[in-house]
Write a protein that binds this ligand. Structure first.
Ligand code: IPE
Ligand code: IPE
Ligand code: MG
Ligand code: MG
Length: 295
């Protein structure tokens, strides 16, 4: 079996091509707005969430081409969340992916509208996507994705994250915020392929367990990268959490404790996949990439 890792450049290219196709094919009335949308999406993101969706599709034997429209929609939603996350009223960050954040480049109003438009475009493209099963299964999938970014998901987590500044939270409260602000969208990416065919309850639960652990690990690793990284290397501020006294895992519990927790969560994520045996190798590889990434 070919390693998933080897196919990543090829997968990334099809994700990027599809993203570009959606962006350039969408109706536009303002050049400034369409430039801000493209700038925010096509500027070197790692495409972790779409890749996770493809890895999950491979695990349960769904054609990767079938999930690509949903994988790219998830990336549009991720890009929208980053524009908002960087705004002065949120994390107030001026660098992302080694370039000025969208509001620094285009102004706050255009950045806000670009995020709105990316969200809208994601749902439009999911509604229009070809789907091999029933329309009702497609609607269920779109609802699941909508919920993952709403007040019970990413937006809810972002609200708790902002509220946590200057507070000494315990580890489980911090992990709850991480599970919501970062884990829910990643989980939506991993669960999306389950809407393409019938699976046993055990299999769905296994993917849920995997995504819960790896989502939290992803965010602790993100904080570790910020705590230990170099600004030029990571392409974003290394002072963002510290300067705002965020409830970030390494700040509250130390770098060593954070690393130990990432390892534990990775092990628990992988053990959730036992039910799939070797066919889940792609997800295991992605989990490894997530916990070892330096960017
Ligand atoms: C960064 O996500 C923001 C978080 C949710 C932790 P990524 O590390 O996936 O960011 P890009 O898209 O690759 O820049
Ligand atoms: C980002 O979390 C979470 C979302 C965008 C939903 P952070 O604020 O910790 O991520 P970075 O460090 O800015 O990428
Ligand atoms: Mg934030
Ligand atoms: Mg941030």
């Amino acid at each position: 079996m070919t390693l998933f890792k080897k196919k990543i450049p090829e997968f990334k290219k099809s994700i990027d091509d599809h993203l570009m196709m959606i962006l350039s094919g969408s109706e536009q009335s303002s050049k400034e707005l369409s430039q801000a949308m493209e700038y925010s999406v096509m500027n070197g993101g790692k495409r972790i969430r779409p890749l996770m969706m493809l890895a999950s599709a491979m695990t349960i034997d769904i054609k990767t081409e079938d999930v690509i429209p949903f994988a790219t929609a998830i990336e549009l939603l991720h890009s929208f969340s980053l524009i908002h996350d960087d705004l002065p009223c949120m994390d107030d960050d001026s660098m992302r992916r080694g370039q000025p954040t969208t509001h620094i480049k285009f102004g706050e109003a255009t950045a806000t509208l670009a995020a709105d438009s990316l969200q809208s475009l994601a749902f439009e493209s999911m509604a229009k996507a070809k789907f091999p099963k029933s329309k009702s299964a497609q609607l269920d999938l779109i609802s699941m994705i909508a919920k993952s970014i709403g007040s019970a998901g990413m937006a809810g987590g972002q609200s708790l994250d902002l509220d946590s500044e200057n507070k000494k939270l315990d580890p489980s409260s911090v992990e709850n915020i991480y599970m919501l602000k970062t884990g829910k969208l990643l989980q939506a990416a991993i669960l999306a392929p389950t809407y393409f065919r019938e699976l046993s309850k055990k299999e769905v639960l296994a993917l849920m367990g995997f995504s819960e652990s790896i989502g939290v690990a992803f965010q602790i690793q993100d904080d570790l990268i910020e705590a230990e990284g170099d600004e030029n290397m990571i392409g974003k501020s290394v002072e963002s959490d510290k300067s705002k006294n965020k409830a970030a895992y390494p700040i509250l519990f130390g770098v060593n404790e954070s690393k130990k927790r990432v390892k534990k969560l990775y092990e628990s994520a992988c053990s959730s996949l036992k039910v799939f045996g070797e066919s889940s190798n792609a997800l295991r590889e992605m989990a490894k990439i997530i916990i070892h990434r330096k960017l």
